[in-house]
Design a protein around this ligand. Structure first.
Ligand code: FAD
Length: 384
């Protein structure tokens, strides 16, 4: 098959571009083709949930355009192009109906937002933000509007609540979750974050489902199953992400919580790899920047001829809720155990301990975030 065909990376998010950068440090010659359904601008996705406080337009968050990236990476960057099929047997892709050979293929296709059932009916009044284009669209939809309902109290919903409030909007968060970020935090730590956001002026309706959302006048009416009705100008959906694994699945690659790869980031096809939000690496689907940077460095070595096993240290996540600083290391290595919380008010220290007293995770709020480095040293590696 096509050994003179390029190395192809699908996706120009942080995973795709960081892999390309790391790869070029080790191999400046091998033909490299990057393909993206979006416009291929290089940007830092975490900045999307700090843009309202800083008053940044989408264009101000885009750091380099596709042509600049292509020149920098000595690569071809194909934009506005969607890959619709992979044929592992012939090592070809279908891109917008055209056939494209590859020597090795990397899936860096990210994750897509889960959507609420009212999305089509509400049009631009109900949006989500998962890339630069979404961010620009949301900013445009907010023109002349003030009251925002955020659906979802996970990490992204909470970050946008803080950011939109700092940007001058009235913010109400609605979620079925019993407390903020329940996948990451014990109740006491979540309460500290909630209190910080409330002090800033954010309102919460937790433990409530949405019965209906409908357009009313220029805005929206949201009916909760608690009977409460909210009136808002705009809704933002932040109910979670699902890895984009359909291409891999159709090509009969293994898919679980993402495209399953081993510690060399390799699928069961020896020429197809995956990293970033779309990948389940040795059982872990971690949709954060640090794991994808670590993966990019290891995979760059493997693709340039030095097969390299990935290891993950514990990598705590700094949550961007300045109303109550929060850092969390989820207890990924624990078989069993429980949260032990100490502290007062906004300064909580929650440690996840197993029966033998070994710590597997932590959540620190307020002034307790200062303990991050020291506690991180005590955590077992996520992938040792
Ligand atoms: P993406 O950036 O989603 O890139 C996917 C790429 O694949 C895109 O270029 C897309 O066009 C392309 N693509 C997909 N399917 C196809 C196809 N069929 N054909 C062609 N191209 C395709 N993480 C942290 O660690 N810290 C934070 O503070 C933080 N804040 C965040 C704030 C927000 C608002 C969000 C949404 C996420 C945040 N994250 C944070 C998570 C982090 O940003 C992501 O883990 C990371 O950006 C994922 O990068 P990716 O390259 O895997 O995916």
């Amino acid at each position: 098959v096509a050994d003179n065909a390029p190395l192809v990376i699908i996706g120009t998010g942080l995973a795709g571009y960081n892999l390309a950068k790391e790869f070029r440090k080790l191999d400046s010659e091998r033909p490299l083709l990057m393909i993206s359904a979006d416009d291929g601008r290089f940007y830092s996705k975490p900045l999307l949930s700090t843009g309202f406080a800083k008053g940044k337009e989408a264009d101000e968050l885009g750091m380099q355009d596709a042509a600049t990236m292509a020149a920098q990476l000595n690569a071809d960057v194909l934009t506005g192009a969607r890959v619709t099929a992979i044929d592992p047997a012939s090592r070809t892709l279908t891109v917008d109906g055209r056939s494209q050979p590859y020597s090795d293929l990397v899936l860096a296709t990210g994750a897509e937002v889960r959507s609420l059932p009212w999305r089509d009916a509400l049009g631009e009044r109900l949006l989500s933000i998962n890339d630069l284009t979404d961010y620009g669209q949301f900013r445009a939809a907010l023109q002349g509007r003030r009251k925002v309902v955020i659906v979802g109290a996970g990490l992204i919903g909470c970050e946008f609540a803080n950011d939109l409030r700092l940007g001058g909007f009235e913010v109400t968060v609605v979620a079925t979750d019993p407390w903020l970020m329940p996948q990451l935090l014990p109740e006491q730590a979540a309460a500290a974050v909630q209190a910080g956001l409330e002090e800033l002026g954010v309102s919460f309706h937790l433990g409530c489902g949405i019965e209906s959302m409908r357009l009313e006048g220029e805005g929206l009416r949201v009916r909760l199953d608690s009977g409460v009705e909210l009136v808002a100008d705009q809704a933002l959906s932040a109910i979670g992400l699902a890895p984009r694994a359909a291409l891999a699945e159709a090509a009969e690659l293994a898919v679980g919580r993402g495209v399953q790869v081993d510690r060399q980031l390799r699928t069961r096809d020896p020429h197809i790899y995956a990293l970033g939000d779309c990948a389940e690496v040795a059982g872990l689907n971690l949709m954060y920047v640090m794991p994808l940077m670590t993966s990019a460095r290891a995979l760059a070595k493997t693709l340039s001829g030095t097969p390299t096993e990935l290891s993950y240290p514990a990598m705590p996540i700094m949550v961007k809720t300045p109303a109550c600083p929060l850092v969390v290391a989820p207890p990924l290595t624990a078989q069993c155990g429980s949260w032990q919380c100490t502290g007062e008010g906004s300064d909580m220290r929650a440690l996840y301990l197993d029966d033998s007293g070994q710590m597997h995770g932590f959540a620190l709020t307020g002034t307790a975030v200062a303990e991050k480095l020291q506690l991180t040293r005590e955590l077992p590696a996520w992938l040792g």
